[in-house]
Design a protein around this ligand. Structure first.
Ligand code: FAD
Length: 464
């Protein structure tokens, strides 16, 4: 099922709004508020818009690399809505006809839409699981859980009962309690890079993520680079975006808000009726709020974990993996959790493979120099795709823990934490909070856009 885009309140407002952050959440909120008549100013610390949607074009050769958001599931209705609204050309992200390679306990299995190689004998599966491929394991263990939790967007969801049953248990423990063997749990975690592994996640939160992404499986990307989506928003906002402005202080009084921003020219203070704070959670905590954030709110912000994520992209002089009949997409149980071929749909012979890791492995890569990251990743990928070293031309990396204006890849929720989202998303007087962490689609552009529309609706509904 692909959901319908719900309409924003049909209301005009002439309020002045300062939007903090020109990532996808801030851009979208500013765009929609402006369309509803608001006077909008966007303050962005960096020199460019897009935040964690970042396309790198200084890569050797003609190709480009996505350092953040890379693929958009077609079920992400808000993302698809804006991609269509701006007329951006889309191309498939992967090769559905070739499937993926699964690397599990050192064995490579081809997984195609029409079937999968048998699991290795050493994988500790129950006898009756052995005949099931990954889809089959999913259908046996995950689908019934998704049925049990229902539609996360239904009113009142999740309710006390679901929270009691699923929030304080880790995802892997929940699968275990439903009879999954250790081998099945390992298989179902192939390619996993969220949080600190499957058992660190609140099972309720992770089931919610999966339920929201259920439906047609296709994924697309923007031809020429995903930052074209950010550019499309930014072009429509023009000089309403002020770059190089880092917000340090937000002072709220009964008649409005003063926003203090630092730039090379000094500190400037903007006065507005309302603020949309569209910053990543670790950056919200750096801002001085007057009056202070309520203690419960600060505690919630402090406890939301941000994922360590690393990306190392390797350029190869030809797409040698295709000669070997390999799709260039690998889901593994090793340090490099996922490998993607970023050159699908791009002209020429050259190819770019990107290695994607989370948790401990991402932190290990973050601690290396740029050259070390490339050399280390090339050695890892040689073991997955032999021939890589012979074809390697160069590489680049991006480690999100080390990005000063993000300080992490995206929000996730530990066991017992799924209720925190509502705490950090609630408005505080004239301050409205957006950003992927405040949406059920945390960790996706869809989450940033959803949160922007929610904050826009809050402002329009509150306007007199
Ligand atoms: C490695 C990685 C892979 C991803 N893959 C995908 C994917 O394949 N598909 C997908 O849909 N999503 C993906 N995402 C998630 C997606 O990129 C994010 O969810 C989304 O871009 C977040 O948007 P945002 O506006 O909430 O935050 P951000 O993009 O972080 O925007 C916040 C903005 O605030 C600015 N800022 C910070 N502090 C201040 C301050 N004090 N004053 C002013 N400005 C400030 C920042 O510079 C930034 O521009 C990925 C993310 C990462 C990191």
């Amino acid at each position: 099922m692909i959901r319908e885009v719900d309409a924003l309140p049909e209301r005009r407002s002439s309020e002045s709004v300062v939007v903090i952050g020109a990532g996808m959440a801030g851009l979208c909120a500013a765009y929609e508020l402006r369309r509803s008549g608001c006077e909008v100013t966007v303050l962005e610390a960096r020199r460019t818009a897009g935040g964690r949607v970042r396309t790198r074009r200084d890569f050797p050769g003609a190709l480009y690399v996505e350092e953040g958001a890379t693929r958009f599931p077609v079920v992400h209705h808000y993302t698809m809505h804006y991609l269509r609204e701006f007329g951006l050309p889309l191309i498939p992200f992967d090769r559905p006809d070739m499937g993926h390679t699964l690397r599990i306990i050192g064995h490579d299995l081809e997984s195609h839409p029409w079937g999968q190689d048998a699991w290795p004998d050493e994988l500790p599966l129950h006898a009756d699981e052995r005949a099931l491929d990954l889809e089959g394991l999913h259908a046996r263990y995950v689908t019934p859980l998704l049925d049990e939790i229902g539609d996360p967007l239904s009113p009142g969801w999740p309710g006390e009962l679901l929270r009691e049953r699923f929030d304080s248990v880790g995802y892997a423990d929940l699968l275990r309690s439903r009879g999954a063997s250790e081998g099945a749990i390992r298989a179902l975690a192939l390619g996993f890079h969220v949080g600190e592994g499957p058992n660190s996640l609140s099972a309720l939160w992770w089931l919610e993520c999966m339920a929201l992404d259920a439906g047609p499986r296709g994924k697309v990307k923007v031809e020429g680079g995903n930052d074209r989506l950010a550019e499309a928003f930014a072009a429509r906002l023009g000089d309403r975006i002020r770059f190089g402005r880092a917000v340090r202080r937000i002072v709220q009084d009964p008649t409005g808000i003063s926003v203090h921003a630092e730039s090379l020219a000094g500190t400037e203070v903007l006065r507005a009726d309302r603020v949309v704070c569209a910053l990543p959670v670790p950056l919200v905590l750096d801002v001085v709020f007057e009056p202070e954030l309520p203690p419960l709110r600060r505690e919630a912000l402090q406890s939301v974990p941000y994922a360590s994520l690393s990306r190392v992209a390797l350029q190869c002089r030809r797409r040698f993996w295709l000669d070997q009949g390999r799709p260039g997409f690998e889901d593994t149980d090793e340090e490099v959790a996922e490998v993607w071929d970023l050159s699908v749909g791009e002209p020429g012979d050259r190819g770019v493979l990107v290695a994607y890791s989370g948790g401990n492995e991402a932190r290990r890569v973050t601690a290396m120099t740029g050259e070390e990251r490339v050399a280390y990743t090339a050695r890892r990928l040689e073991s997955l795709l032999p021939g890589l070293l012979d074809h390697l031309e160069g590489g680049v990396s991006r480690c999100w823990d080390a990005e000063p204006w993000a300080r992490g890849g995206g929000a996730w929720f530990r066991t017992g934490q799924s209720g925190l989202r509502d705490v950090i998303a609630a408005p505080l007087g004239r301050i409205h909070f957006a950003g992927e962490a405040t949406s059920p689609w945390a960790g996706w552009v869809q989450g940033a856009l959803d949160s922007a529309r929610r904050a826009t609706a809050e402002i329009l509904e509150a306007s007199v």
